[in-house]
Write a protein that binds this ligand. Structure first.
Ligand code: DMJ
Length: 456
């Protein structure tokens, strides 16, 4: 009996939940208790971060060390800022107040150092804005605006598409060879600053960059994945829904969802139709999206990037629910196989191409978006498996860590900032039915930052 039970539990943890009818319906699950479990894990990880890496950017939960990001050798409190709205929505109010105190006393972006415009936007500007949405403290908005002002010089190019890097103090820019995601993942954050301050320049800069990218789509309607922001010339032929293009498509939809700007809806629809036409591949009863030549639509490979596993949720948001669900289910089958998604997977061979996993949230993100739209228990169960498998394999001495190898389950030693903002929030919102969140009218950014939908 003991052995049987253990095998069954292992099968459940690996995602074979459909085997048990009561579980498949979600009847046997105390969702509230599961939400409390997520909250307790957050509280525990936060206490360790508080003790060992307070105010540092990224925490190393195996060794207790830390590392700076996005600046080299200077910390901006990245994990702390990314965690804030998650702490708030979980009702961890003392922890939130503690973090707010740190931001007020210590967050200073006047640093002579270079940052990625994209990463700083989605993580730090977005983190400050979602914390502001949670509590309304004007200092948070002022700091988000100050940081955005330091990023804006990067958008001062002939095309309006931003350089990849900018020095926060000198405003010196670097690296014009960019891509759709880094060019076009700014509208949620910059647009929110415009809404809150009444100054249109942020919204306009972000939109101009997105439109410049959109205008350069091929006759087939596809975007390549490398572009020179000075000239607008493409530097590659690969069209992909994975990085470095992924969140560009997301922000086309989001510009519509968050601001009601019809231009973004038209851009999303116009760009998604050729993706559905040229990039879908069927294999073994599953639906995948493949990389193709952006002019001919010719398939380039069968390799899949874990980071693209969010895309099914986006398709569902955009109205292609059945296709989105089929794609998410394809990824769910990989999760069922390995417990944790490998960063790279080839559906033709059925084998991983990269065995690492950087504590990724994308499949939980998709599950959450599907569930918000159709309320199917299937998605809650998918999120539950994602969470339980993370608890089983990614939990380390001081928190949650990335994986060096999802096959052998060897841990590495890094908790990326997005962990605090993304999957812990998706799990909690999926399971808890919290009153602090409006499940009908909300917006979460590509980094999981809640910019609409908190109920104070
Ligand atoms: C996050 O920083 C964001 O979701 C981004 O859009 C790409 N993926 C990482 C987490 O994997």
């Amino acid at each position: 009996m003991k052995t049987l039970l253990t095998r069954r539990q292992a099968a459940l943890a690996l995602g074979a939940v459909a085997a048990t009818p009561a579980l498949a319906r979600g009847n046997a699950i105390d969702w509230h208790a599961l939400g409390e479990d997520v909250k307790n894990e957050m509280r525990w990880a936060w206490a360790n971060y508080r003790e060992h890496a307070w105010g540092k950017d990224d925490f190393k939960p195996v060794s207790g060390g830390n590392r700076s990001f996005p600046l080299k050798d200077h910390h901006l409190g990245l994990s702390l800022i990314e965690a804030m709205d998650t702490l708030w929505v979980m009702g961890l109010d003392q922890e939130f107040a503690d973090a707010l105190g740190w931001v007020k006393a210590n967050a200073d972006f006047d640093v002579d150092g270079e940052v990625s415009v994209f990463e700083t936007e989605i993580r730090l500007v977005g983190g400050l804005l979602s914390a502001h949405h949670a509590c309304g403290d004007p200092v948070l908005l002022a700091k988000a605006r100050d940081l955005a002002d330091r990023l804006l010089p990067a958008f001062d190019t002939p095309t309006g598409m931003p350089y990849r890097y900018v020095n926060l103090r000198t405003k010196a820019v670097r690296d014009p060879i960019s891509n759709p995601a880094e060019v076009g993942t700014h509208i949620a954050e910059l647009g929110t600053i415009s809404t809150l301050t009444g100054d249109r320049k942020y919204y306009d800069a972000a939109k101009r960059a997105m439109v410049a990218m959109y205008d350069r789509r091929s006759k087939a309607g596809l975007l390549a994945d490398t572009i020179d922001v000075r000239t607008g010339q493409w530097g590659s032929r690969r069209a992909t829904i994975a990085p470095p293009s992924d969140s560009y498509y997301e922000y086309c939809w989001d510009g519509w969802q968050l601001f009601g700007d019809h231009d973004f809806k038209a851009m999303y629809d116009t760009l998604t139709a050729p993706i559905l036409r040229h990039q879908i591949a069927h294999a073994n009863g599953q639906l995948w999206f493949v990389d193709v030549d952006f002019e001919t639509g010719k398939q380039l490979s069968t390799e899949q990037d874990e980071l693209a596993s969010f895309y099914g949720g986006l398709l569902a948001q955009g109205g292609a629910g059945a296709t989105g669900a089929a794609y998410t289910r394809a990824w769910a089958s990989v999760q069922a196989k390995y417990g944790i998604l490998p960063e790279g997977y080839d559906y033709a061979t059925g084998k991983p191409t990269y065995v690492t996993n950087a504590l990724r949230p994308e499949l939980a993100d998709a599950a959450f978006n599907h569930w918000l739209l159709d309320g199917r228990t299937e998605w809650r169960l998918l999120g539950r498996t994602h969470f339980l498998n993370m608890k089983r394999w990614n939990r380390a001495r001081y928190g949650y860590t990335d994986m060096a190898n999802v096959v052998t389950k060897a841990q590495a030693d890094h908790c990326p900032g997005y962990w605090w903002s993304e999957q812990m929030k998706y799990y909690y919102l999926l399971f808890s039915d919290t009153k602090r969140f409006d499940y009908k009218d909300n917006y979460l950014s590509t980094e999981g930052n809640v910019l609409k939908g908190f109920r104070r």
